[in-house]
Design a protein. Structure first.
Length: 308
């Protein structure tokens, strides 16, 4: 459900709402924006898979067509011989002047006909399967395109509402961002291996804005899953650009097993951060605010993942 500045929010603006009330409104809209962005990221993954499937289908049709050409040539050859030589023409051509091996030669003719029919049947089935799957893929693509359009509309609405809320906050309190928010994370801890590379990358991104655009994964702006994806890409590991998909792509661990470089998931897989040790994460926390190091207990974690 899209967040809209109407009714009570507008009334609250005239009634000089408290900073905590405005903060809650901004947080609600930001969470909704993050949900839509993560949904977009997942849909983008699905669209790429659909395009890949369709490309594979089109490529698979070539060999089937080649088989049909061979089958048709064989059938045409037999038909032409039958027409020119009479009903026994094909058999005579096979038998020649020798009577030996009659059963074998008749079986050979029958085998040729069966082989042609199998080729034709195989091509027909392959073509029908291709047409059916292509139609299904086109339907899926149309559905995904409609979803993208709807999400883009919702996203623009929420972005506009966040902008209005921040303007209200700045007018009332002189600041459009949360008091005391800073992205500086300090020096990165010494961690060996690929996890150390991922953690170092996350520390380097501190203070960069966490703008929830469509697929932001650096180098200047990130969404939450874009940051964790980019951090582990720096370490040579591939993660999908979606929090829920990253949850599926990582190994399940418990809180007591957390090590720097692990992923911490929140809000029913709507948000993800990179664990950096000492009970802290670095994450792209909210639209318009800097990437920062903060307690992993910002909200109740949904689960934990280790990159395989």
């Amino acid at each position: 459900m899209a967040f809209a500045i109407t009714g009570s929010v507008a009334t609250a603006a005239h009634a000089a709402p408290s900073e905590s009330e405005l903060k809650k409104q901004i947080e609600t809209a930001s969470n909704q924006l993050e949900d839509i962005t993560e949904s977009y990221n997942k849909l983008n993954i699905d669209l790429k898979k659909t395009a890949g499937d369709q490309k594979a289908l089109q490529a698979s049709l070539g060999p089937a067509k080649a088989k049909l050409v061979v089958a048709e040539a064989q059938v045409n050859s037999i038909a032409a011989q039958a027409y020119m030589q009479g009903r026994v023409g094909p058999m005579s051509a096979l038998l020649g002047n020798q009577q030996g091996g009659l059963v074998e030669k008749m079986s050979y003719l029958e085998m040729i006909n069966r082989s042609n029919q199998r080729d034709i049947d195989d091509y027909t089935a392959t073509t029908q399967n291709f047409n059916d799957r292509q139609a299904a893929l086109k339907t899926t693509q149309a559905k995904q395109a409609a979803q993208l359009k709807a999400m883009d509309t919702r996203k623009k609405t929420i972005e506009a509402n966040i902008k209005k809320l921040r303007a209200m906050r700045e007018q009332a309190f002189g600041s459009a961002t949360e008091t005391g928010v800073a992205g500086a994370a300090g020096p990165a801890p010494a961690i060996s291996g690929k996890a150390g590379i991922a953690v170092d990358f996350a520390y380097e991104q501190a203070n960069k804005p966490a703008y929830y655009g469509y697929g932001d994964a650096g180098p200047n702006t990130f969404d939450c899953s874009g940051l964790t994806m980019a951090a582990w890409a720096k370490a040579g590991k591939s993660l999908p650009h979606n929090a829920a998909a990253q949850y599926s792509a990582t190994a399940r661990i418990s809180k007591s097993q957390l090590q720097p470089g692990d992923l911490v998931f929140y809000r029913s897989l709507g948000h993800v951060g990179l664990y950096v040790g000492g009970g802290m994460i670095i994450d792209a926390s909210r639209e318009g605010e800097p990437i920062k190091k903060r307690s992993m207990n910002i909200m109740t974690p949904y689960g934990y993942g280790r990159v395989k």
